[in-house]
Design a binder for this molecule. Structure first.
Ligand SMILES: Nc1ncnc2c1ncn2[C@@H]1O[C@H](COP(=O)(O)OP(=O)(O)OP(=O)(O)O)[C@@H](O)[C@H]1O
Ligand SMILES: [Mg+2]
Length: 257
């Protein structure tokens, strides 16, 4: 089971969109996928057509009551995709979690408490570097960091890199990361310049697949289904399938080493 967290302190950079679309792309190839919504905004839960206020057990139970993750999983309408939904009580766990012993490793322990029958786990983090995000970094094999080619997005990466170094040093030495360029507009000169700078700075730390702007992605969240269902032939669908392929190859390569 390979665990990936989608994270960036910056809001609105397509973390949730990427988690859902990538999850659906992996599932299309026959992999069993578990999506974990760690954001009190519950956007991932909503994007899969679920109503957060009607959910009894949410991801918050992992942090507040040590509930095993296996008992929170629900099926979605998309084959091979299950979800651990979220709701606003997740905000409470952000506040109370630090009072518990070894709170940093709560999520990692919960994921390994019982064998889970999934090939891949995708965790959608909130747009903050708090204790929930820390838990996700400690539990993960790989961080995928969606970023826009905008000045403030690039600036926010500095903080993130400091965090990654700290987590590697203290808890999870094997943690890898890859940047993903999202909402890219080829006609925009600033986007082209900043994406070149990112490639120079991060080199192999960047995924070669780029997700371009596609307004179809905005409609899918409202439809409550992944883009691969809503618009299977859209540009975004093809780009997310390519991303799943690239990450699968990366996972195979790192497993051999
Ligand atoms: N490639 C794209 N082209 C056009 N719109 C996009 C694209 N990717 C995401 N969006 C839209 O941008 C908005 C923000 O995306 P999303 O909610 O996935 O970001 P996020 O990083 O999860 O945000 P938050 O930080 O609030 O959790 C949404 O309305 C989404 O539909
Ligand atoms: Mg989000």
């Amino acid at each position: 089971m390979y665990i990936i967290a989608l994270s960036n302190e910056k809001g609105g950079v397509a973390k949730t969109t990427t988690a859902v679309s990538l999850g659906a792309s992996f599932a299309e190839t026959g992999m069993k996928v578990l999506l974990v919504d760690l954001d009190p905004q519950a956007n991932m839960t909503l994007a899969l057509g679920m109503e957060p206020s009607k959910i009894k057990l949410s991801s918050a139970a992992v942090f507040l009551e040590n509930t095993p993750i296996a008992s929170i999983i629900q099926h979605t309408s998309f084959p091979n995709v299950d979800i651990v939904p979220s709701k606003e009580e997740m905000a409470t766990s952000e506040r109370f979690l630090p009072m518990r012993p070894e709170y940093e490793c709560t999520l990692r322990n919960s994921l390994s408490a019982q064998p889970l029958d999934y090939d891949i786990v995708l965790m959608d983090c909130p747009p903050s570097l708090g204790v929930i995000t820390l838990n996700a970094y400690i539990a993960s094999n790989l961080l995928v960091i969606p970023t826009q080619a905008e000045y403030f997005s690039v600036y926010a990466l500095r903080n993130l890199m400091t965090w990654i170094r700290r987590v590697r040093a203290q808890y999870n030495p094997g943690l890898k990361y890859r940047l993903l360029l999202t909402m890219f507009d080829r006609r925009n000169r600033t986007h082209r310049v900043l994406s070149e700078q990112l490639r120079t700075n991060f080199e192999d730390g960047m995924l070669s697949t780029i997700i371009e702007i596609d307004t179809k992605l905005r409609e899918t969240a409202i439809a409550g289904v992944p883009i691969l269902v809503h618009a299977p032939k859209s540009r975004a669908s093809f780009q997310y399938r390519a991303l799943a392929q690239e990450i699968s190859e990366y996972v195979k390569e790192t497993a051999v080493q």
